[in-house]
Design a protein around this ligand. Structure first.
Ligand code: FAD
Length: 806
């Protein structure tokens, strides 16, 4: 075994082998994979290994398509069979909502230019003559759906990697990972130590134990999962061809052909944790005790669908553990608190995603940043708040609702509340309905008297639409109080603070006390890694405000720029709470609570002051994400309740209302404001989202500068536009494909909402540049059906910014 390598991957399951393969493909050939046992010794060997392409998230779909195509290439390249069967998949809808979901998938398929189309019942019966389609409203067909051989695929990745120089050592458990002062790692085994530039935790079922070796925790929990395989079914034998898979998600099972029988698996409501306190190191190619009773109801529904199943003998039952994250998506990427340590863990549909995950992580390691925005896979979406109790509750909830439809605005309740702020009870009294915002309960909307403060979900507008409308009107017509405590807040101070920020962000950092600037922070490919407001509070004392969900994500960028010894970088997100007081009467309301001069002359737009409000020392910034006259007011969290009481009390005379985040979405969309992870991500160039105007070309140094110089004069590939949509019962939400009126795909929605001041449904969309022209008519697939839209030349609310500057 060598003693030195560019990277060491821990774990020789499907995912570790894919990462190894992709590293070698990107040119890192001095790489080693260490496996405790044989390859495939975790979840991989007993998987049902079904594959599919479409996913609710567009970039994950892209990577699932990449994975499905890769398997054939892998076979050709390595000569190792991957056991690929692609007889197609039949997706069945039993409910109206499922039909909407499938129609949306079909519209997205058109955008991705892949096959996923509706079949008549006759056509479906010809493809699957053993299925009974009674009660099915709509059938979609994905011709590339199928399954692969778990061992074949894993070994093909391994072989491809070895052919390019990678080493794989089986029966070599990693016993410790120790970081050296220069950021490299010693990876210890009983057979020796490898000194590695980078370490990858791809230890699947043992990812928690391997993380613990490096001193951190991953929010993961294993659960049992069962499927059965039948004996030969004579009707299948007689057919002489392979049956398509059945994805009857309302029935909560999956089914495909295995040999001349069928394989049926289910995610039961009554799921079972496995090895909660840690995966035993000696767990190998073992199966867990079968318990078919637990999945009996699901199986009975499968028997109704394919009646020959009921008479088939059971050849084997597989009950194996798989390890889940709180939202059932991968925990991918560099661990922000460590140097050169990467994870790719918690993978559920591993066979649909292995190629995409391997490619993305390899890009991250070799090129410093992945090509696509994959925040839904980024492990940084969870902070320390995703504790054991939360993880436990969420993973079971995910397991038992595996095939549930994810409606727009979905907020799951399992494991909550985790954290609350002091005004939580008061907000509840006011009718707040809460969502989870990076570990905290945060008001989404407020139910007025007579409306039950409960969420409902659907693809169409829900009962809270009217409450949100009332909040928007209250703010636009008088004044609203928005809790903005969930924004990320950083204080950067000490000798060198200004210099550090100048080298971090692309705009010029204010040099005058009391001034604020908006600025993008660029990623390593020149895209938008973040957007911030930076305020100079004092000499060498700055407040930076950014996206709350991205706090851990942004930490990677913040830490990648050197700070002088005297600079203290401190997150104030927990210590400070804030409200945005916004609307035409914001000045009058705040004016009653402070002696400070709030006039335009005394406190202009994009300025800040330390002022006392209701006797509380506060930092006030004159800006508002609502697009209206407003101030963001931040105070120590202990004084949040006091400030809130003062604002609400004095606000009564102005009919001030608390305003939730759903209303804020509507307000910012009709104002055309972008938001991080929707309109702003490292995937988009500044000139595509209109932030290039904030980049100071003459600054000699800032993060991402070189990459930006290389792309800055290139024409935008797509442009962010604002559109008005003709719709009366559902608004675009994000991710919907956009077509020209002749059906050609030209883009996708990034955010959407009904604009209550605009009196119209509004969406922000990325549209191919040549079509991103005001007046162009488009069709947006809402509920999977085309809805006419037109590109506007300016935002429908206060395009000139008069309200902000009033
Ligand atoms: C019953 C069942 C059915 C499934 N069906 C499907 C399906 O139809 N489609 C689908 O896409 N997915 C399916 N899956 C999920 C799929 O199996 C996983 O997504 C995939 O196998 C995850 O692979 P992995 O490489 O991340 O983890 P694992 O397969 O768990 O691999 C981790 C590897 O790390 C090694 N390791 C651990 N600790 C160390 C150490 N200290 N040193 C060295 N090596 C170590 C282990 O020995 C193991 O080989 C199913 C899973 C189960 C249980």
């Amino acid at each position: 075994m060598k003693t030195q390598a560019q990277a060491v991957i821990i774990g020789g399951g499907l995912i570790g082998c894919s990462i190894l393969y992709h590293l070698t493909k990107l040119g890192w050939t001095d790489v080693v994979l260490l496996e405790r046992n044989e390859l495939t010794s975790g979840s991989t060997w007993h998987a049902a290994a079904g594959i599919h392409g479409l996913h609710d998230h567009n970039n994950i779909s892209r990577l699932q398509y990449y994975t499905m195509q890769l398997y054939e290439e892998l076979e050709r390249e390595t000569g190792q069979g991957c056991g690929i069967f692609q007889p197609g998949s039949l997706y069945l809808a039993q409910t109206r909502d499922r039909e909407h979901q499938l129609r949306m998938q079909a519209a997205k398929a058109k955008y991705f230019q892949v096959e996923f189309h509706e079949l008549s019942r006759d056509e479906a019966e010809r493809l699957h003559p053993l299925a009974d389609f009674d009660g099915i409203r709509c059938i979609m067909y994905e011709p590339d759906g199928g399954n692969v051989d778990p061992s074949g695929v894993t070994h093909a990745y391994a072989k491809g990697a070895r052919q390019r120089g990678a080493e794989i050592h089986r029966f070599t458990p990693v016993t410790a990972t120790v970081q050296r002062a220069d950021g490299s790692w010693d990876v210890e085994t009983e057979q020796g130590t490898i000194h590695a530039g980078a370490v990858v935790n791809a230890a699947g079922l043992w990812a928690r134990e391997v993380a613990a070796m490096a001193g951190f925790e991953l929010p993961l929990m294993p659960l049992e999962h069962q499927y059965l395989v039948t004996e030969t079914i004579p009707e299948i034998e007689a057919l002489g061809r392979r049956l398509p898979l059945i994805a009857d998600r309302d029935g909560e099972y999956y089914m495909r052909q295995e040999g001349l029988g069928l394989l049926v698996g289910a995610y039961e409501k009554d799921g079972r944790y496995w090895s909660e306190d840690g995966t035993p190191m000696d767990f190998g190619h073992e199966l867990l005790d079968q318990d078919l009773e637990r999945i009996e109801e699901n199986l009975l529904r499968a028997f109704d669908r394919v009646p020959v199943l009921a008479n088939a003998g059971v050849k084997r039952v597989i009950n194996g553990p798989m390890i889940w994250s709180p939202d059932a998506s991968a925990l991918l990427g560099p661990v922000p608190e460590l140097r050169n340590y990467y994870c790719c863990c918690g993978i559920i549909p591993g066979f649909s995603q292995s190629g995409g995950l391997g490619l993305t992580l390899a890009q991250w390691i070799v090129e410093g940043e992945p090509e696509r925005d994959l925040f839904p896979w980024d492990l940084a979406r969870f902070g320390a708040w995703a504790n054991r109790a939360f993880t436990r509750a969420r993973t079971l909830d995910q397991y038992s609702h595996r095939f549930k439809i994810h409606f727009p605005y979905e907020e799951r309740t399992a494991g909550r509340p985790v954290n609350t702020r002091p005004v939580y009870e008061k907000q509840r009294e006011l009718g707040a309905v809460f969502g989870l915002s990076y570990g905290y309960e945060h008001p989404l909307w407020y139910a007025p008297d007579g409306v039950e403060p409960v969420e409902s979900y659907g693809f169409e507008r829900q009962h809270w639409f009217e409450s949100v409308a009332a909040e928007c009107h209250a703010l636009r017509e008088s004044v609203g109080i928005i809790d903005v405590s969930n924004f990320a807040k950083y204080r950067i101070r000490g000798d060198g603070a200004h210099d550090y920020l100048e080298r971090l962000v692309a705009n010029r950092v204010p040099t005058a006390t009391g001034r604020s600037c908006l600025t993008p922070m660029l990623g390593l490919r020149g895209g938008i890694a973040g957007d911030f407001t930076i305020t100079r509070l004092d000499d060498e004392d700055y407040l930076m405000i950014g996206s709350g969900i991205a706090e851990r994500y942004h930490q990677r960028y913040f830490d990648s720029v050197a700070r002088a010894d005297g600079v203290v970088f401190e997150s104030m997100t927990e210590a400070w709470a804030g409200f945005n007081v916004a609307g035409p009467n914001a000045r009058a309301l705040l004016g009653e609570l402070t002696e400070a001069d709030l006039s335009n002359e005394g406190f202009g737009f994009m300025q800040s002051r330390r002022i006392a409000i209701a006797g509380i020392d506060a930092v006030a910034l004159r800006l508002s994400f609502s697009g209206d006259l407003g101030w963001e007011v931040y105070v120590p969290v202990e004084r949040q309740a006091e400030l809130y009481a003062a604002l609400l009390g004095t606000g009564k005379a102005y009919a001030a209302r608390p305003v939730g985040s759903r209303a804020l979405l509507s307000l910012r969309v009709e104002k055309g404001y972008g938001s991080w992870s929707r309109e702003y991500s490292p995937e988009y160039w500044p000139q595509e989202v209109g932030l290039d105007r904030l980049i100071k070309r003459d600054k000699p140094e800032f993060l991402g500068r070189e990459a930006w110089l290389a792309i800055k004069d290139r024409p935008p590939r797509e442009k962010l536009v604002i559109v008005r949509v003709e719709t009366d019962n559902a608004d675009a939400n994000g991710g919907e494909p956009v077509f020209l009126t002749d059906g050609r795909p030209v883009g996708r929605v990034s955010s959407g909402a009904f604009g209550h001041s605009a009196g119209a449904s509004i969406a922000l969309c990325f549209i191919r540049t040549q079509h991103a022209v005001p007046g162009t008519e488009l069709d947006i697939a809402i509920l999977g059906l085309p809805h006419r839209a037109v590109i506007l030349d300016k935002p429908p609310f206060d395009a000139g910014g008069k309200r902000l500057r009033a």
